[in-house]
Design a protein around this ligand. Structure first.
Ligand code: GAR
Length: 205
């Protein structure tokens, strides 16, 4: 009997794309039964686009110039994702807040990675927020995206120790290493059908 068809991913990026790279590597290593149908960037110069192209993945530059509201921008994103037949949307360093237009189009099918242990330190500069607060441990969180900022049901978290002499850069680098393990692992659970969402609770079945 043939295996299940690979889950079609659409990855949204804004920057360097190290998480995108980790996902590509896991798929190419046969660890995740998925294919990346398109990478969409809101920044024309995002290095993530170079990474995608070098693996033969179609890229779309979708800048926010010319859009007066989030809904209008997101409606076009949804059209692009539908065109490519995307089933699961991955926010891999996508630095825009999504409107209900996107969230309603892909209910519990948009995953984000955040560089802190949510609900601590949501929003921008999560690593600096953690340093300012003086926590001993921080980390990363993979969660489904709902209507709030970094508030959706939590799928997976990894803990990272904060060192006494950490700077925002050194802490970010350590968190990123954890992200590169955690994000592919969370995507694998989803594509293998092992995630069940009950309200805020994500059950691994
Ligand atoms: C990652 O560290 C991710 O956690 C963060 O952006 C970085 C992107 O790196 N995302 C957010 O802060 C979202 N609020 P990458 O482009 O190298 O994957």
């Amino acid at each position: 009997m043939p295996g299940k068809a690979p889950c079609k991913l659409g990855v949204l990026v804004s920057g360097s794309g190290t998480n995108l790279q980790a996902i590509i590597d896991s798929i190419e290593a046969g660890q995740i039964n998925a294919s990346i149908c398109c990478v969409i960037s809101n920044k024309a110069d995002a290095y993530a686009l170079t990474r995608a192209k070098s693996h033969g993945i179609p890229v779309v530059i979708h800048e926010n110039k010319g859009f007066t509201d989030r809904q209008g921008y997101d409606a076009v994103t949804v059209e692009i994702l539908r065109e490519y037949g995307v089933e699961l949307v991955i926010l891999a360093g996508f630095m825009r807040i999504l409107s209900e237009t996107m969230v309603n189009a892909f209910p519990n099918a948009i995953m984000n990675i955040h560089p802190a242990l949510l609900p601590a330190f949501p929003g921008l500069h999560a690593q600096q927020q953690a340093l300012n607060y003086g926590v001993r441990y921080t980390g990363c969180t993979v969660h489904f995206v709902d209507g709030g900022t970094d508030t959706g049901p939590i799928i997976m978290q990894s803990v990272v120790q904060v060192e006494q002499d950490d700077t925002e850069d050194s802490l970010s680098a350590r968190i990123q290493k954890a992200e590169h393990r955690t994000f592919p692992a969370a995507i694998k659970l989803y594509v293998d059908g092992k995630i069940k969402v009950e309200g805020r609770q994500v059950r691994i079945i």
